[in-house]
Design a protein around this ligand. Structure first.
Ligand code: ZN
Length: 248
């Protein structure tokens, strides 16, 4: 085993938390599940091996019974709503977006209601009333409408801002979408995570969200998750929480 020298800054920061008698709150969000796959099995095995809670953002329209049966015994897994079809409606030159105003607002909202009802029905014991917008983008005009369908939170990327519905965001995206399209180097991700921890140490109480996409992980991405869990699962200063704990 390597000494994982690039992980030392995380160990140092967590020691500071432990010395102060504090616990950092982390949560784990993985996107784009539709059906059982080998990659999903691999992710779920990590959740099980390290006994850590995971949130899966499931794409409602194409999903069904096979995923339900696969997830039923996974008591650590929470299911949330990942758009409706995960289709892009933005023009070619714009950033990808399903939940924009490229279509009539009523059409988009109907889909978000349908996605909520479908997944709540499929996962009565594992569902959390959270919307995870595909590509972490949603037009602000839609936000005030979501509570009426039952949503109690939205999860996008970056530090949370005041919104008409609470945001429970992710902050560390392990993929290099614009470069290699594989996992980002561990040193870079450790630096990002340590930055988030320092921000929380100074008083920001929002939990830190780790964002993954099991279907496209390469070796580097898988090894990041595994090492992160290995470094933190039993750490006195780290509290991995199910996302439902952050929704009131
Ligand atoms: Zn997605």
């Amino acid at each position: 085993m390597s000494d994982r020298a690039e992980w030392q800054p995380l160990r140092d920061e967590l020691r500071r938390w432990a010395d102060a008698g504090r616990k950092a709150q982390l949560w784990f969000r993985d996107d784009d599940a539709i059906e059982p796959t080998d990659a999903l099995d691999r992710l779920l095995a990590l959740s099980k091996d390290f006994d850590l809670p995971m949130t899966l953002a499931v794409i409602p329209a194409p999903t069904g019974q096979p995923l339900v049966e696969r997830l039923l015994p996974e008591k650590r897994v929470t299911v949330t709503v990942h758009g409706w079809t995960h289709r892009n409606y933005a023009p070619d030159e714009a950033k990808k977006q399903e939940l924009g105003l490229h279509r009539p607002q009523a059409v988009v909202l109907d889909e978000l209601r349908e996605g909520f009802d479908k997944l709540k029905g499929l996962y009565p014991g594992q569902f959390a009333p959270m919307l995870v917008p595909p590509w972490n983008r949603i037009d602000k005009a839609l936000l005030p409408e979501l509570a009426a369908f039952g949503y109690r939170a939205v999860s996008v990327y970056g530090l949370a801002k005041p919104r008409p519905i609470p945001l429970v965001n992710t902050h560390v995206d392990i993929m290099d979408w614009h470069g290699t399209r594989g996992g980002r180097p561990h040193a870079e991700l450790v630096e990002l995570l340590v930055g988030e921890l320092r921000n929380r140490f100074e008083g920001n109480e929002e939990p830190i969200g780790i964002l993954t996409h099991h279907l496209v992980h390469d070796t580097l991405a898988w090894s990041f998750i595994e090492t992160l869990f290995d470094e933190t699962a039993a750490h006195a200063a780290v509290d991995w929480r199910p996302v439902g704990d952050f929704m009131n």
